[in-house]
Design a protein around this ligand. Structure first.
Ligand SMILES: Cc1cc2nc3c(=O)[nH]c(=O)nc-3n(C[C@H](O)[C@H](O)[C@H](O)COP(=O)(O)OP(=O)(O)OC[C@H]3O[C@@H](n4cnc5c(N)ncnc54)[C@H](O)[C@@H]3O)c2cc1C
Length: 432
């Protein structure tokens, strides 16, 4: 099957474009990961890949600018490919392959298919997780959970505010309790991935502005009165809808309160380990997408009568980027497997000392994987010369998306800050 990302003028010759097919790129990634995946992991990985290959072919997807990635969500949801972080037995879904490691593989397969689509579903997962953790078998929460996991709607997490970004716990959006136990929300949120397209969102507010100890967490139906949302333009991810929302006396009934006043901060931090690990997984998936393009290209493109891979300037740099990508993949997969083991052993209630250590690891992976994606996506595009810069392949999407990953989920400097605090704690634990 010919490579399909032909938008305008074809720059790359037919033979190379055909060899850059999704099938071949999957094959390259598989040959790299086979040695460390179990048979069960590999079978699942291949299953997701086969679905993406069929979906791309059947729907004649070109990944061109006119396509709406949100149209694809129901089909992926029906297969259980929005998230595999959990098995979701409480909504009668019983996925055999689940956990952070399974979700990492799902992410790589889907990101190779379309990186903006993968990032959009990643943001839905940020709202799925708190509903999963705090559904308490309340029917409206389970209904929302099912909608999101099965792809009936994307979703968004609303933490960031126009005046409170990195300093997320000193929120200005307020929640005021009413006599019937409902809350009235007032304030503004910003940069919330998927929000303009979402039926359900999860939002934080505080009973007292700037007081992190008074935060609460809410499930919101965006059809409710008092909700308004406009789209923020982020040119590096033009297909993803990012929102800026206003809450104007938005009334949240009692059964939609996922975390009461005083619990919001704890819920926010509880979600950060899987969120940062998921961003790291996404960043590594982008590295594989970019490396597989460049390796295929460099093995075929000839200059001075030689495949460009054979010139040290190309081959050695590609080898360096490939080694870094492989090593970080193996490390991240090991972390995910370790997390899954503990999650299952302690039935989701991982002891505090272990989960504390995981906070630092999540920051380490988020910090390094997003920095690597930035390096790999730029350098591989560069190794493809003009072909890496034109719109004939997904390289432009990788290059663009790799520019934003260091900001979301806590910026590079915030991860460094968290890690430096952990070094202080570790010092106190270690040195007598
Ligand atoms: C594409 C995109 C998608 C996003 N998706 C979501 C989402 O789904 N939900 C959501 O709630 N938010 C989302 N965000 C928001 C994102 O989490 C914030 O942009 C991020 O936390 C930074 O906040 P800020 O933009 O206000 O920058 P600021 O906090 O104003 O930071 C500006 C600069 O100052 C630095 N800085 C700030 N404080 C410190 C410090 N103490 N030490 C050192 N340096 C510091 C930062 O590192 C940064 O370089 C998204 C953002 C983008 C761009």
């Amino acid at each position: 099957m010919a490579e399909k990302q032909k938008f305008k003028t074809q720059v790359i010759n037919d033979e190379i474009l055909e060899k850059l097919s999704l099938k071949n790129r999957y094959s390259f990634v598989n040959n790299n990961l086979t040695p460390i995946l179990s048979q069960q992991q590999f079978n699942f990985f291949r299953k997701v890949q086969r679905f993406c290959l069929r979906f791309e072919k059947k729907n004649e997807i070109t990944h061109g600018p006119e396509e709406d990635i949100y149209d694809w969500i129901p089909a992926f949801g029906a297969e259980g490919y929005i998230t595999r972080q959990h098995t979701f037995e409480m909504i009668d879904l019983d996925y055999p392959e689940w956990g952070l490691a399974a979700d990492f593989l799902r992410y790589i397969a889907i990101d190779n298919f379309d990186t903006q689509f993968a990032m959009g579903s990643g943001a839905t997962v940020l709202a799925i997780n708190p509903i999963y953790d705090h559904h308490e078998h309340i029917p409206v929460r389970l209904e929302a959970l099912k909608d999101l996991v099965t792809g009936q709607s994307p979703s968004a997490i609303l933490i960031t505010e126009p005046e409170r970004g990195s300093d997320a716990v000193h929120m200005l959006t307020t929640c005021e309790e009413q006599e019937d136990g409902s809350y009235l929300l007032n304030g503004e949120k910003i940069f919330n991935t998927n929000a303009p397209k979402s039926k359900w969102v999860v939002a934080y507010a505080t009973a007292e502005a700037n007081n992190g100890n008074m935060m609460a967490q809410f499930l919101i139906n965006t059809n409710w009165e008092g909700w308004s949302c406009e789209r923020v333009g982020v040119p590096w991810t033009p297909k993803i809808f990012i929102g800026r929302e206003k809450f104007n006396n938005l009334k949240v009934p009692k059964e939609y309160i996922l975390g009461p006043v005083g619990k919001g901060r704890e819920h926010l931090f509880e979600g950060l380990v899987p969120e940062r690990i998921a961003i790291a997984c996404g960043a590594i998936a982008q590295c594989w997408g970019a490396v597989s393009h460049a390796v295929i290209y460099a093995n075929l493109r000839k200059q001075f009568n030689q495949e460009i891979l054979k010139f040290q300037g190309v081959g050695f740099l590609l080898a360096d980027l490939w080694a870094k990508t492989t090593n970080l993949t193996f490390g991240l997969l090991k972390f995910c497997e370790g997390f899954d083991e503990k999650f299952k052993k302690f039935e989701g209630d991982i002891p505090r000392n272990i989960s504390q250590a995981m906070v630092a690891s999540a920051s380490q992976f988020k910090y390094q994987a997003t920095a690597l994606s930035k390096e790999v996506c730029y350098e591989t595009a560069n190794l493809m010369g003009g072909a890496g810069l034109c719109d004939n392949t997904l390289m432009q999407d990788y290059l663009n998306i790799s520019r934003i990953q260091e900001i979301l989920g806590g910026s590079r400097q915030i991860q460094q800050y968290i890690m430096s605090l952990s070094l202080r704690t570790l010092y106190k634990m270690s040195v007598s």
